[in-house]
Design a protein around this ligand. Structure first.
Ligand code: HEC
Ligand code: HEC
Length: 345
């Protein structure tokens, strides 16, 4: 795709708003209950006790100070030697805006999603969801927090409330960026190089799939729409729908913070963003683009690197296990789980 080398004119932000939507700012919680729920969700998100070896929290793989990822091809799980294969860890930032969760869209929303990792054998590896409830119930500090977050409930420490709290916290993981300011009308928010990249992005049809608020997350598409992707060991959405026509379909990933969230693709097989852009142009649009065009698109995608919500994601103090005060027989089980963590971080 050749474009003239004259300085790029601005694409009218109002016209772009037909395809793209700016991220909202993270708004203040509606009320005290919502605030309590978010605070509880944050604690659970960071609590390593919710894994088989007490060595892994959501934040171990989805590191919030690192754009919600660990930059590994596949993330190690709680059990020694367990590698979560064959899928690359996606970011949790802005995940709430997607049509579904996971590469294959098998969870309808964040609440449904949060059930998965707790018991996934190669992730936090608890034996079952009741174990998560038991662990939380044995931490004395959690009881008042659940009462505040779910007032009026007889027995608020249950899996529905655990996952709802984590999801409430995740809903605030939003990263507005220069791209949002551009969409809102501030045409100085993008550099000339980024504006050139935006034109190429549109000319190459990237926006047919990567659009909306998240620059993705609004549809499922076949990886290798024009040419076939080499690694076919993961059938993608076919596993969910059991329909052969969904073979190799994946949820189109968000391009928010994409400069920070490599390696790329569901199999984490591509280390650099410019290589990912070349492959996308080849495989999805059937065209070969020059290195300089790929670099321009990469510059444009850099405008989607947002500001991390520093105080919102500050790691909270873990409510103490309180082995003495827990009193009941299960208290011992907590401490034995804790001891077996063997100091792994
Ligand atoms: C061992 C690393 C690991 C841990 C721990 C982990 N995740 Fe994940 N997470 C992943 C991987 C890998 C995927 C993609 C799996 C798939 O698509 O099948 C994923 C997917 C997700 C998604 C979907 C994002 C998207 O764009 O589709 C969300 C949300 C998420 N995890 C939140 C959490 C929460 C909340 C926790 C803690 C309860 C957690 N994760 C713990 C590795 C991890
Ligand atoms: C036909 C739909 C479609 C088009 C057009 C398309 N993409 Fe994609 N894109 C996808 C899908 C689907 C994936 C996820 C594939 C996978 O990993 O299984 C993806 C993945 C990516 C990734 C890796 C994201 C990650 O988190 O690993 C980048 C970067 C990307 N696309 C950029 C682009 C660019 C730039 C263009 C234009 C040259 C483009 N895409 C055109 C559907 C599309």
């Amino acid at each position: 795709m050749e474009l003239s080398s004259t300085p790029p004119s601005n694409i009218d932000p109002a016209a772009l708003r037909a395809r793209f939507t700016a991220l909202p700012q993270n708004s203040d919680p509606a009320d005290q209950v919502q605030l309590a729920r978010i605070n509880l969700g944050r604690q659970l998100y960071f609590d390593k006790r919710l894994s088989r070896e007490s060595n892994q929290s959501c934040n171990s793989c989805h590191q919030l100070t690192n754009y919600g990822v660990d930059n590994k091809q596949y993330s190690p799980g709680s059990m020694p030697g367990a590698i979560d294969t064959p899928r690359n860890t996606p970011t949790v930032y802005n995940a709430a805006f997607q049509l579904s969760q996971f590469w294959d869209g098998r969870a309808v929303n964040l609440i449904a999603q949060a059930h998965g990792p707790l018991v996934a054998p190669k992730e936090m590896a608890l034996h079952n969801l009741q174990e998560a409830v038991d662990i939380v119930a044995r931490v004395p500090g959690y009881a008042p927090e659940f009462r505040q977050a779910f007032p009026g409930q007889q027995d608020p420490v249950n899996i529905e409330n655990i996952t709802a709290s984590i999801a409430a916290f995740e809903q605030g993981l939003i990263t507005p960026s220069p791209w949002d300011r551009y969409l809102q009308g501030d045409t100085a928010a993008l550099t000339p190089a980024q504006k050139k990249g935006l034109k190429l992005y549109l000319a190459d049809g990237c926006d047919t799939c990567h659009a909306g608020r998240d620059m993705g997350g609004i549809s499922y598409q076949r990886l290798g729409d024009v040419y076939r992707w080499g690694n076919k060991s993961d059938p993608g959405r076919e596993k969910v729908t059991h329909s052969a026509t969904d073979f190799m379909f994946f949820k189109v990933p968000t391009l928010r913070n994409i400069a920070k969230t490599g390696p790329y693709f569901h199999d984490g097989s591509v280390p650099t963003l410019t290589d990912a852009i070349h492959l996308m142009a080849d495989f999805q649009a059937g065209q070969t683009i020059s290195d300089s065009d790929a670099a321009s698109i990469a510059a444009f995608l850099g405008s989607m690197t947002g500001t991390l919500p520093a105080s919102y994601i500050a790691a909270p103090a873990e409510p103490p296990s309180g082995s003495q005060s827990a009193g009941q027989s299960e208290g011992n089980k907590t401490s034995s789980i804790r001891e077996s963590s063997g100091g792994r971080s």
